[in-house]
Ligand binder design. Structure first.
Ligand SMILES: [Ca+2]
Ligand SMILES: [Ca+2]
Ligand SMILES: [Ca+2]
Ligand SMILES: [Ca+2]
Length: 688
């Protein structure tokens, strides 16, 4: 962690500009260039959807034939995939780089040790959502562990009945609110349920019962029916290698999806070691599919794997269109989740990504800001209705600790998103190569109705960036950013560049930025809590946020002529240690209203910089702020971080220690204390 004493003046003089993905190059000092430099490649990404070559190989999208041929060709589909979506897809679709997994190694080296502990403590301490758990070691008897088919559907207990969240539940599927936040399923009267076991199955079996499972995923898939409410269940604790499902199928309708899930006595997810995408729509429509509870690891990216190459792998490549796709409770290691609408006037709609762990997507040879490879954790383009909630996105875009040439770059992120009706809620977004979330939009209104709520952003070099890439006005509209915690962005300096930007908002029309916590950035002068920039920023309400322990600038406002109606109201700005400017406001005040904010800086005189420099009195005179006051309060425990939280749970007292436990989350080993909401509540409670 470098410590910096850079003067703000220097920063200003260099004129850093936030530019989103490309913009992350800021520290180089060149904003504009970086933009344009990266823009191309970046632009390629989002445009790629449009320019993707049609699937030449596979002409028809019509239902059944496609299905057959698809699934048939699944194993061999590599060639298809590559040829079809070709180079463009690769360069463009950043996502395609689904890393492999070194799960073993990864796990060993950094994740495993703690995780065990975490898991243990978890289970003991709070796992028992039910009151029963507390009462001691006696297993609680519930419908889901009583040996009885309580709901008469032919499936017994948590091992086999998909209406069970775990052993402490009933066998009927309910709403997520009634199933502790997980998606459960009822098997339909006309559903087929196909069992697959790598360890116990034979492809000569019928696959219709847990006693007669088939062995390979491809054979299991061949028994499914396209357009049906069928279930492909993988035996938990088993491992498959080198198998994938190609394009797979569609389900019946939104309420009767086709489901890939799991069964059996183990609480370990079924593990599929892949060397290509597990599912790859590859330009075709697919709808009503739920993939639940799988571990997908790209084995050519497992450092000690005999077939290691550091390049090959995959995850989910949803490039095509369709609706009502769910990915839940999966762990994706070294791979990428891509949802990219492709096809004239065709879009993905209602895509839900929940309670997954997506970690360490990477590609070798990314050092020196090489942008030839663009692994991120998740990539989306032109999705209509995208919900991303309660996931762990950790350490995506790089894996330098385990693979020295897999360096962090400014191009790779935990999430790289374009969507309308986007909800990003309750996620842990940690240790990104560059940005926790990069929002992308190249045209006016091309990303509309975006909600970011109660996420934890930690480490990386930029928290959430909304802007960059082009200068079209109002590229982002109707944005709500509330109740998030941004803490220790810049902690590990992934790309070795000394800066930390927590939230950048540029060319946004109508945004509520409310009740967020911008915390703990004691290292760099090239830094801010929030930056408002761009040429068309308007209708922005920054209210009720807390800025604490930020070196350099808490709020940076760079007014331009196209701005309108900016309000900064009722925020608290406190720097007790770094002698910082709390607000740097460049430009006039005709479109900005400051009111009712509280301020304290350890800087002797200049609490404010930019066009009004000086004391609070100077600021009030120059900015016209009414109701401003000097903060003279005290916080109960403002130094709380993910590390101190980990310590409070009995884990290693570090961010790494916390994340090592968090990436072990799964439905059958769920620990409420390891959620973003739990960490955020703990941190926020330190500011009472
Ligand atoms: Ca039962
Ligand atoms: Ca049952
Ligand atoms: Ca239930
Ligand atoms: Ca049931």
């Amino acid at each position: 962690m470098a410590q910096k004493t850079v003067f703000i003046w220097a920063v200003l003089a260099l004129g850093w500009v936030v530019t989103g993905c490309g913009g992350s190059e800021a520290s180089g000092g060149d904003s504009t260039e970086s933009d344009s430099g990266t823009v191309d490649s970046v632009t390629g990404d989002s445009n790629s959807a449009d320019t993707l070559p049609a699937d030449s190989g596979i002409g028809d999208t019509s239902s059944s034939s496609v299905v057959d041929s698809d699934s048939a060709s699944a194993p061999g589909s590599d060639s298809d995939v590559k040829t079809d979506t070709g180079e463009e897809a690769e360069t463009d679709t950043a996502p395609r780089d689904t890393g492999g997994l070194d799960s073993e190694t990864a796990v060993d080296s950094d994740t495993a040790p703690d995780s065990e502990t975490a898991a243990d403590s978890a289970t003991q301490s709070d796992n028992g959502t039910g009151a029963e758990v507390d009462t001691g070691t006696e297993p609680v008897v519930s419908d889901c562990n009583d040996g009885i088919d309580n709901d008469g559907d032919g499936y017994v207990d948590w091992q086999y009945d998909l209406g069970c969240v775990d052993g402490n539940d009933d066998e009927v599927s309910g709403t997520r609110a009634n199933e502790r936040g997980f998606t459960t399923f009822d098997v339909g009267a006309d559903s087929l349920v196909i069992y697959v076991s790598a360890s116990q199955g034979k492809d000569s079996n019928d696959g219709l019962s847990p006693n007669t499972p088939v062995q390979t995923l491809a054979h299991g898939a061949s028994l499914m029916r396209d357009g049906a409410n069928d279930f492909l269940l993988l035996r938990r604790g088993d491992t498959w290698r080198g198998e994938s499902l190609g394009r797979f199928f569609s389900g019946q309708d939104a309420d009767h999806p086709l489901v890939i899930s799991s069964y059996g006595d183990s609480t370990d997810r079924p593990r599929v070691e892949i060397n290509t995408n597990f599912i790859d729509h590859n330009g075709k429509p697919r709808s009503y599919v739920s993939v639940v509870g799988l571990e997908l690891v790209s084995y050519p990216k497992i450092p000690n794997d005999p077939e290691y190459d550091g390049e090959t792998g995959g995850g989910f490549r949803y490039v095509g269109y369709g609706s009502d796709l769910l990915i839940e409770d999966c762990r994706l290691v070294y791979g990428e989740l891509v949802v990219q609408s492709y096809g004239e006037g065709q879009f993905y709609e209602n895509v839900t990504v929940r309670r997954n762990v997506i970690e360490r997507s990477y590609h070798i040879d990314t050092c020196g800001q090489n942008n030839a490879f663009r692994p991120s954790g998740m990539y989306s383009s032109h999705v209509h209705g995208l919900v991303i909630e309660e996931n762990v996105f950790d350490h995506n875009g790089w894996n330098e600790e385990n693979v020295p040439s897999a360096c962090a770059t400014m191009y790779n992120h935990n999430m790289y998103l374009n969507a309308d009706d986007l909800v990003v809620r309750g996620n842990i977004i940690a240790r990104a190569s560059s940005m926790g979330i990069k929002m992308r939009s190249d045209e006016t209104g091309d990303a509309d109705t975006l909600l970011f709520e109660n996420n934890l952003f930690v480490d990386g070099e930029i928290g959430l960036g909304i802007g960059g890439n082009t200068e079209e006005p109002h590229r982002f509209t109707n944005v709500v950013i509330r109740d998030n915690v941004f803490s220790q962005v810049g902690l590990s300096m992934p790309t070795d560049r000394e800066f930390a930007w927590l939230l950048d908002v540029s060319d946004v029309r109508d945004a509520e930025i409310e009740n967020n916590y911008f915390l703990h950035q004691p290292w760099y002068g090239n830094a801010y809590g929030i930056q408002l920039g761009g040429g068309s920023t308007s209708g922005i309400n920054v209210a009720g946020n807390l800025f604490y322990d930020l070196m350099s600038r808490s709020l940076r406002v760079q007014v331009q002529s196209g701005w309108g109606a900016i309000t900064v109201d009722g925020n608290t700005f406190v720097d007790e240690a770094h002698g910082s400017c709390l607000i740097v406001h460049d430009g006039d005040f005709s479109e900005t209203t400051y009111q009712n904010n509280s301020y304290f800086s350890s800087e002797s005189a200049d609490w404010f910089c930019g066009d009004v420099t000086g004391t609070l009195a100077d600021w009030q005179a120059g900015s016209g702020e009414t109701g401003a006051m000097t903060w003279n309060g005290a916080f109960t425990d403002p130094d709380r971080t993910a590390a101190t939280y980990a310590e409070s749970l009995g884990l290693e007292s570090s961010l790494d220690g916390f994340l090592a436990a968090a990436v072990q989350q799964s439905r059958l080993n769920w620990n409420e204390t390891l959620t973003a909401d739990a960490v955020n509540t703990y941190i926020k409670d330190g500011f009472q």
